[in-house]
Write a protein that binds this ligand. Sequence first.
Ligand code: ARG
Length: 459
Amino acid sequence: MALWGGRFSSGPDEAFKQFNDSLPFDYQMAEQDIIGSIAWAGALQQVNVLSVQEHTELVAALNELLSEVQQDLSAVASAGYEDIHSYVEAKLIDKVGDLAKKLHTGRSRNDQVATDFRLWSRSTAEQIVEAIQTLKAEFVALAERELGTILPGYTHLQRAQPVLFSHWCMAYVEMLERDESRLSDAITRFNVSPLGSGALAGTAYPIDREALAHNLGFSHASRNSLDAVSDRDFVVELLSCASISMMHLSRFAEDLIFYNSGEAGFIELADNVTSGSSLMPQKKNPDALELIRGKTGRVFGAFSAMMMTLKALPLAYNKDMQEDKEGLFDAMPTWLACIHMAQACIKGIKVNGEATLKAAQGGHANATELADYLVAKGIPFREGHHIVGQLVQHAISKGQNLEDLSLDEFQSVCSVIAEDVYPVLEIDACIAARQALGGTSLPQVEQAIKFAKQQAQSK
Ligand code: ARG
């Protein structure tokens, strides 16, 4: 039975019912709806809408229902009720009869759904914060494992300057650190209780909304009932956090797909995150990474869909807002799964240090060093840049690296170049020179690792 039959002389037609019902997806908030209802029953008892006895009976039934839905959540989805709130009320009536009909006193599905959805969002977001922390630790562990490995650093996907492989790892730690802090910050902003806002105007019962908020673990009660029932900023914020983080994960995925390619051959992914081809027996495809990259699109889609849905919605609640759930219900677990997969990929990675070194030594990635060398000899940088450009062109024409040129060849382009140029062109020297904060020299990377570990410990 629907929660609102009184003023209707006939029921909804089947197509409309299917169109309107949200139980097939909002069943996922069954636990939250029951927990919110237990707290609401307590508030009703305190204002004497429920006697102590009635309250005890209702709470016992709600707890019973809680363990039932925990045992088989998916059965709730197909129970045929309009939404999760209707489902919980109907099941409560089955258990305690007319007493259950008192529970909705002073409450609306509008403040109820806003509460349930925040509770769901909070516990899901907290899980993701933890997962990000674990992923960061995995990157740090890889950085420590590969401390001596040299990687070509790229701009425009062209070899630019050599970097430590660990420096690359720590770049992702920085991104994940921001993702985590952004998400934690969003949680503090939305951890506010709408319960007791009624349909839109507030509740007519003298409920202690602050105490109710604290009962549910919220930091405080919302301060404006109209806003409380129509605010879905938290959904937008979470989808935005998810989108930014997925963007990072997709860049990580793309880096590794390239490093793993036959052309680069820098890493090998473990068998447990790759799959084969049905036709080509030699293939070992980076599916986990490609799926991370692919799923990024659908998370971005959920973000823009939510923005579109909320645009220009008049206050307060409108049924359009029921469209807030499926996107977040899909995006958050997708984000979580991608974090887990990224971790699995990193865990089993094999880095081919010889290949990365060889690639880093090619591509004239030490050209900047030579320009800096000329600067040290008193040549203005712009002029030095031009001279090195000519030397690179010469080296390319001979199919050689800069360090393979003879002193005569160097001096025929620039007379100030002397024997002391050769140590400068060594790859280790290129890396060691980046001593300033945030650079790729070993002490700086070690510092970054130490900092990340200290931060992780302080959490
Ligand atoms: N299923 C609804 C939703 O998700 C619950 C709130 C319904 N409120 C109402 N006045 N029809 O938004």
